[in-house]
Design a protein around this ligand. Structure first.
Ligand code: ZN
Length: 664
């Protein structure tokens, strides 16, 4: 018996935890989540699980119900409502039909649900129904896929598992696969059978208890991992390679080109750690990376092939030809995906992931990181062999057909676009981050205050804590923005300081200089440094300057502040003139009396109100419209200035002050 390293390390079953899940469906939720937590077993919607229970129907009769994972749910976060309850007997009868088209099968599944609000069941539902066990677990485990995608994959699988599993040749997921599994399982399973391996696809385990089925999965996958270890294929790594150099403009140019081919702005995320870089520098890259995905389940995310190098046009041509070859009518039936790559492998850039959103790009990157490991190990084992292009195409085409059936929401206004906000930790800056994220942009938040690091934890938000008065920090912001998202479309110049009141005759040069540096100089540096990226923005660059009422109506005691904001205003006007030919728009907002910014404590507000003989509320609404102006009001307008409503406006200055009699 092989040493079961995986069983010790990766069995996440916890007796105490399991007792908190009462009933079959609750335990099904519990072990499904255990599988989902292990990314070497299932990735992003991959894998599915089921449990069979007897329930009373409306007539008071006992009926066997198959609870199978619903589409759109991830095992890691699945809840009881994520399982689709189906009449099991009907599904087993279907499996005996000689043929059933995919749309017919989906229709049969949906009309056998016993809960109208349930999600559409997994296309592998019939396969779950025909396995005569209460609990069924299915994953696309890396180790199993590595062995089956290698030379002599089937023979090796039989060597590893012997009588423990029934082996099924590759058939696309759907009715035909379920039918084949039913036949083979009936003919080939024996008393020692605890699982089923689907070549080039994944593995099933089953049992009468949730724990039994789960632990069998861990055991079976562990055997494949041990096999890889014994054959020196587990730690297959490329030799050390020099670290990657910064590539700001390379990233921005590549993103612009890919966005052009995709027909919409995309996020381009660079992964240049040793793992990705050394893979992208393999001498046999053109051979190993151009075979196809590790499992057909990945094809809709990563496409059949990554782009090796940077020739986007050639990649798009090849993709169109591949589609035309396998489905001549695809173009006219509008079933072809955009021909842009999803994964880029380049010896200088490493691995780059492409997505319509930052979240999509993060999913692509995670899938491809697993793919690289699978290719490395299968190559070390004797050679990586993906499925023939036709088999992969069938899945790609089927997925597209399925996607058409789903109600696709309109993409967010700024999907695929990137914004940078300075002074993002609080007040107007923080509100701008929220307004831009809400419109689908990926956002870089920059601030001196490290609080920005924990504002959000999501793939479309990057926090950079730094002091932009230092040139090194400026370079760092530029490089991190380009690496993480591929470029910049929108720049919100918000950071600034408002020092305490001081008359000119007492204003020290140091203080004057400090205010000018932060409120003016830094913004000019940001504009200069980010101009090349803004110029490459797929929909044109946008800059929003958060100015001040003081530009139009200065007050005594604020000479440095008013002068700095007036100079910034003039800088923006010149930029509007200079950058129009680069398709970059720049507009300014002049807020006044925004009190929810943290600068204004209750005490300061109270004392200012008293000074004018007003209540705090009257003081807050001391404007023509008698309205209160919030950070959110300013942020929403800043975001709209970047949108299509202002597509033909540049060099504008808009007050956000409730109306000020000195400005009007
Ligand atoms: Zn599967």
């Amino acid at each position: 018996m092989a040493l079961l390293v995986r069983t010790d390390m990766n069995n996440l079953w916890n007796e105490e935890e399991s007792h908190r899940h009462v009933g079959d469906v609750a335990l099904r939720v519990y072990t499904s989540r255990l599988l989902g937590r292990d990314k070497s077993l299932v990735l992003h919607g991959g894998g599915n699980t089921s449990v069979k229970v007897v329930e009373k129907n409306a007539f008071g009769e006992d009926e066997e119900i198959l609870y199978v994972k619903g589409s759109g749910w991830d095992l890691e976060k699945i809840e009881a409502t994520g399982f689709s309850p189906l009449r099991a007997e009907h599904l087993r009868r279907l499996a005996k039909l000689p043929a059933l088209s995919d749309p017919q099968m989906v229709n049969e599944l949906v009309t056998q649900l016993t809960r109208a609000s349930a999600p559409v069941p997994s296309v592998e539902a019939i396969l779950h129904a025909i396995l005569p066990y209460k609990f069924v677990d299915h994953t696309h485990a890396d180790a199993v896929v590595t062995v089956t995608n290698g030379v002599d994959g089937e023979a090796r699988i039989r060597e590893i598992y012997g009588e423990q599993v029934v082996v099924i040749p590759y058939v696309m997921p759907g009715f035909d696969l379920a039918r084949l599994c039913a036949e083979r399982f009936a003919a080939e399973s024996g008393p020692g059978t605890i699982g089923m391996v689907l070549l080039n696809h994944g593995i099933f385990s089953f049992g009468e208890a949730a724990k039994e089925s789960y632990e069998r999965m861990i055991h079976l996958v562990g055997l494949a991992e041990d096999y890889l270890r014994r054959h020196d294929a587990w730690d297959a790594r490329e030799p050390p390679t020099p670290v990657a150099a910064p590539a700001v403009m390379d990233m921005a140019r590549l993103r612009q080109e890919i966005s052009g081919v995709a027909g919409a702005p995309v996020i381009l995320s660079r992964h240049a750690d040793h793992n990705c870089l050394s893979f992208a520098r393999r001498s046999d890259l053109a051979v190993v990376a151009r075979q196809g995905p590790a499992t057909p389940d990945h094809v809709i995310r990563t496409k059949r092939l990554p782009m090796v190098g940077r020739d986007v046009k050639a990649y798009a041509e090849e993709y169109r030809a591949y589609f035309a070859e396998h489905e001549p009518k695809a173009q006219e039936r509008k079933t072809m995906l955009d021909p842009a790559p999803r994964v880029v492998l380049d010896p200088e850039l490493g691995m780059c992931a492409v997505g319509r959103t930052a979240k999509d790009a993060a999913i692509v990157a995670e899938i491809y990181e697993h793919t690289m490991d699978i290719i490395r190990r299968a190559t070390a084992l004797g050679g990586y062999r993906a499925l023939p292009a036709q088999d992969i195409f069938d899945v790609e085409y089927w997925d597209l057909e399925q996607a058409k059936l789903k109600k696709g929401g309109k993409p967010a206004a700024f999907a695929g676009e990137v914004a940078l906000v300075t002074g993002a930790a609080s007040g107007i800056g923080k509100a701008c981050v929220e307004s831009l994220l809400a419109r689908g942009a990926a956002v870089v938040g920059v601030d001196l205050n490290p609080a920005i690091e924990t504002l959000y934890r999501r793939p479309d938000y990057l926090a950079v804590t730094c002091d932009l008065t230092s040139p090194e920090a400026m370079t760092q912001v530029l490089e991190r923005t380009a690496d993480r998202f591929g470029g910049l479309d929108m720049l919100v110049l918000n950071a600034g300081i408002f020092p305490g009141g001081c008359r000119i005759e007492s204003l020290a040069s140091d203080e004057w200089r400090r205010v000018m540096t932060i409120n003016l100089d830094v913004n000019q540096s940001l504009m200069r440094e980010f101009h090349p990226l803004l110029k490459l923005a797929p929909r044109g660059g946008r800059v929003v300057v958060i100015g001040s009422k003081n530009v139009l109506a200065p007050g005594p005691g604020a000479a440095a502040y008013s002068a700095s904001k007036a100079a910034l205003n003039q800088l923006a006007r010149v930029a509007a003139l200079e950058w129009g030919s680069d398709n970059i728009r720049i507009n300014s907002l002049h807020p006044n009396a925004v009190f929810d910014t943290g600068l204004w404590t209750e005490e300061v507000l109270a004392s200012r109100a008293k000074h004018y003989g007003l209540t705090v509320d009257e003081y807050k609404r001391n404007n023509v419209l008698k309205t209160e102006v919030t950070s959110r009001d300013v942020a929403e307008l800043a975001a709209e200035l970047c949108g299509p409503l202002f597509a033909k406006t540049t060099g504008a200055q808009i007050p956000v002050d409730g109306g000020n009699d000195r400005v009007i």
